[in-house]
Ligand binder design. Structure first.
Ligand SMILES: *[C@@H]1O[C@H](CO)[C@@H](O)[C@H](O)[C@H]1NC(C)=O
Ligand SMILES: *[C@@H]1O[C@H](CO)[C@@H](O)[C@H](O)[C@H]1NC(C)=O
Length: 280
């Protein structure tokens, strides 16, 4: 079953991103392919839900991976900067339990990697997916002080001064671009995009989602009167279970002193008839 799931996921990952900007643009042959894939995906999910149980979990299976992804989003919102980005490396151990009046609680042992320095850290984490009909965000407990030893002060300050001093407000589209290329001059803005997207992905996650940032569709620096840099991001989030690409618009401020702040988030519907944001 794991093999089959991987094949399905690989097929989906290699599907072009244009699927999210309007399936009607795809030739009908690839549309058919898409719906076949979706059916396969649903079958896999049903099997997975049966497997989703209390007790020890297979660290490489979906339930443990989904909970671990939530930890990644949490850690990056907590420790991320334009020059410090955290990604899940591996889940070593996972278990889940039902906790009365709380929901399902996962205990995880995992390793994460800071992707600029390649520094790897071990993390113990707990994730609670609140039960009931409410749409509450998962609650995460995890610390990783080793990440703080990656000093980004010099790089952050240089980035800050460059964009403070400049009277040319920076803007960019499609990061990464074709073939996953990120221009070195856009790296910090891409990283900041990861940090702020994780804040939304953390909030929107539940026990059956798996969110990744697919792309920064656009980022525009805005004028400010205070010491914070201010950016408007439009990000494309890939929810791997539903295979949806979801667009969010985020107003963000950042300075080395104040850190990252997500000031406003707005879900952008795909069409004028779509009125309900996911998970609300
Ligand atoms: C991190 O790993 C990548 C891939 O192995 C490598 O290209 C890069 O140079 C490494 N970075 C550092 C800072 O060691
Ligand atoms: C999890 O989130 C997805 C996407 O927003 C939503 O479709 C689904 O109903 C949610 N599931 C639960 C159990 O809340």
């Amino acid at each position: 079953m794991t093999g089959r799931m991987l094949v399905v996921l690989t097929a989906l990952l290699t599907a072009p991103l244009t699927a999210g900007t309007g399936a009607e643009q795809l030739p009908s042959s690839s549309l058919e392919l898409h719906s076949e894939v979706d059916v396969a995906q649903l079958l896999v999910l049903e099997e997975t839900d049966v497997v989703m149980a209390t007790g020890n979990l297979n660290p490489s299976h979906y339930p443990a991976q989904r909970a671990a992804k939530v930890v990644q989003h949490y850690l990056i919102t907590r420790y991320g900067t334009p020059h410090r980005v955290i990604t899940l490396e591996r889940v070593h151990k996972a278990s889940a339990e039902e906790v009365a009046e709380l929901g399902r609680k996962y205990h995880l042992e995992l390793s994460v990697q800071e992707t600029i320095t390649n520094r790897t850290e071990s993390v113990s984490a707990e994730v609670v997916f609140p039960g009931g009909e409410g749409k509450a965000a998962p609650l995460v407990q995890a610390t990783c002080d080793g990440l703080l030893q990656i000093n980004t002060q010099v790089l952050d300050e240089a980035f800050y001064q460059k964009h403070r001093a400049s009277n040319m407000l920076v803007s960019a589209e499609n990061i990464p671009g074709i073939y996953g290329y990120v221009d070195p001059s856009m790296e910090a803005l891409w990283n900041l995009g990861k940090v702020v997207s994780s804040e939304v992905m953390l909030r929107e996650s539940n026990e059956s989602t798996l969110y990744n940032l697919a792309q920064v569709a656009s980022v525009t620096q805005l004028e400010t009167e205070n010491a914070q840099l201010r950016f408007q991001y439009q990000v494309l989030l890939h929810e791997m279970v539903s295979q949806e690409i979801i667009t969010w618009k985020l107003l963000v401020s950042w300075s080395p002193a104040e850190g990252v702040r997500v000031l406003e988030t707005e879900w952008i519907p795909k069409c004028e008839h779509c009125v309900t944001p996911p998970n609300h």
